[in-house]
Design a protein around this ligand. Sequence first.
Ligand code: COA
Length: 243
Amino acid sequence: TITRPDSLNALNVATIEELRTAIQDAYDNKEVKGIIITGDGEKAFVAGADIKEIAELNELNARKFAENGQEVFSLIEQCEKPVIAAVNGFALGGGCELAMACHIRIASENAKFGQPEVNLGIIPGYGGTQRLTQLVGKGKALELMMTGDMLSANDAKSVGLVNHVVESKEELMVLSKKIASKITAKAPLAVGMVINCVNAYYTSEENGFQTEANSFSNCTKTEDFQEGTQAFIEKRKPEFTGA
Ligand code: COA
């Protein structure tokens, strides 16, 4: 849970580093099967990168600033455990970018999405120009980033930015946990490979079809493959162990 109540959970450099540690810990911890990222309070998921820090940037340190955030958000995107963004309010700038780095986005009706950086004389720097284009397509992404307009949760869903919309913050966590549980009941290595293969589509260094064929072949080496196929044949529920 991103918690910076005085600034609508805006991400400063210290928060980005805490996020890096949290994701790494969650990934390394065998007890953790899935991750939900949300914002504290009723009003904001994350209202952007911290504008007070941004105001101090110059040509020398701005590139590092962007690359550092991009690195942490890529860790989220590449995490082989499911990461769900439970978007409970404003998801602007770095907040929208954070949500887009997650594998699935679920929003409450009061959520608002946008990349308003042009209002500040900058552009998205934590991957927004790339991931928004991937999610909603070039035309809509350009419009959103050039106008800085916000989208309601339902409009965000209609353009493919959001997977599901629920009425309240309570329902948001219920549905997020329900979907996380559904995924974590599947074969974990297979779920991780799905994440890798889909990411490969967006990586110029990789051929996604090859990644898929390699991963498909690797699946057959796992105990969960034996368990999943045998359980189907024996007409019982599989019990996956992640091995
Ligand atoms: N960075 C730093 N502080 C922020 C912030 C951000 N991205 N977003 C909000 N805050 C702070 C405000 O400065 C204000 O602090 P104050 O009480 O000390 O004055 C506090 O959070 C509450 O925000 P406020 O603007 O008063 O709330 P609002 O309901 O009137 O408006 C927003 C909410 C989200 C529309 C508005 O805060 C906003 O436009 N934020 C910036 C969004 C943005 O441009 N993000 C991209 C940054 S790259």
